[in-house]
Ligand binder design. Structure first.
Ligand code: SAM
Length: 272
């Protein structure tokens, strides 16, 4: 067992069922599993995929586990693939593979928790994002991803720009073998259908400035982070009826998008 790869295998059968159900698989869906390990989720997924004719691509970094899983499941058609590799690289297209041809897909994984931040970033940067993502992650991180004002934070603002998150359920360390040291939660990220009103580059630049020092006021963070003139900033915040003294955690997603548009587009602050 390689602790280094965050190998904590899911042994709670009801949780496995709930994760598979959350994917809401439909005929002809394609699902990408990150880190299948010994197949806790993969085996039930294969069963459904065979029944309703879905495609499953499982990406496992540990060569031994990838080989063993491949031997166990008797791949009978091209709709089932075990790829040995780093899911982050496979998803971001660094390793060429069949994912390039996929138009619409879902992602699922009881992932090693140390890749959570990187994975969410990779997903956010994909041109063709998954329509639905179901992930087991550390509970504390799940709460941050799903937070709203007055608990808004950089991670929530980043994820919610492209997905609507929901916390589905939580798990205890004893639901895994070996048990991790932290509590876990399963989150659902549904691709946002309403168009984002802001340019992604501008938006991400804005939120990095807003949440750089979460305890400082919005005004101070924006002024120092975006090097914007005081009077311009005051006018922009007044236009949007946002209190300059408010703390970054009190901003809503809509306010962050409006602020991006006003500061970057109306004020022409494009090259930051
Ligand atoms: N899905 C299995 C389960 O629920 O029992 C295993 C979950 S375990 C928490 C995480 C799995 O991801 C391990 O099998 C580990 O080897 C694999 N893994 C770690 N880093 C990975 C990466 N970058 N890409 C793909 N798989 C990875």
């Amino acid at each position: 067992m390689r602790q280094k790869l965050g190998q904590h295998f899911l042994i709670n059968k009801s949780a496995i069922q709930k994760i598979v159900a959350a994917l809401n698989l439909q005929p002809n869906d394609t699902v990408i599993e990150i880190g299948p390990g010994k197949g806790s989720l993969t085996l039930p997924l294969i069963k459904i995929c065979r029944e309703i004719n879905c495609q499953l691509i499982a990406v496992e970094k540990d060569p031994t586990l990838a080989k063993e899983l491949g031997e166990n499941i008797q791949i009978t058609n091209h709709k089932l693939q075990i790829i040995e590799g780093d899911a982050l690289k496979v998803l971001s297209g660094i390793i060429p593979n069949s994912l390039f041809k996929i138009q619409k897909y879902k992602v699922v994984g009881n992932i090693p928790y140390y890749i959570t931040g990187k994975l969410l970033r990779v997903l956010s940067e994909l041109e063709n994002k998954p329509e639905l993502t179901i992930l087991m992650i550390q509970r504390e991180v799940a709460e941050r991803v799903c937070a709203q004002q007055p608990k808004m934070n950089l991670l929530a603002a980043a994820v919610q720009f492209w997905a609507n998150p929901a916390m589905l359920f939580t798990l205890q360390p004893s639901d895994f073998s070996p048990p991790p040291q932290v509590e876990s939660a399963v989150i659902k990220l549904a691709l946002r259908t309403a168009a984002n009103s802001s340019q992604p580059d501008n938006y991400y630049r804005l939120i990095r400035a807003v949440y750089k020092q979460p305890r400082k006021t919005l005004f101070n963070n924006l002024r120092s982070g975006l090097e914007i003139r005081e009077n311009e900033l005051k006018t922009a915040l007044k236009t949007l009826k946002i209190d300059p003294e408010s703390r970054p955690q009190n901003l809503s997603l809509a306010q962050l998008e409006l602020l991006t548009n006003l500061l970057f587009v109306s004020l022409g602050k494009k090259e930051l």
